[in-house]
Design a protein around this ligand. Structure first.
Ligand code: ZN
Length: 69
């Protein structure tokens, strides 16, 4: 299972979509095992269409958890 540091959550209001490298993104034809950093720069949130810049890791430096601590 992916670590929190490898899972990224969309920061867009009312979205909260999580990119899980263990699942990939079927909608964008991203196979399982692709880490967030390796997604193409034009990859968008499958729910709201936000760009990669709108995502933050669930754990580790720069994460949403670290920001609220
Ligand atoms: Zn989103």
């Amino acid at each position: 299972m992916a670590k929190a540091e490898e899972m990224y959550q969309c920061q867009s209001v009312n979205c909260g979509c999580i990119y899980d490298p263990d699942r990939g993104d079927r909608k964008s034809k991203v196979p399982k095992g692709v880490c967030f950093a390796d997604l193409p720069d034009d990859w968008r949130c499958p729910i709201c269409g936000a760009t990669k810049k709108n995502f933050r890791p669930l754990g580790g430096p720069g994460s949403t958890a670290a920001a609220s601590a």
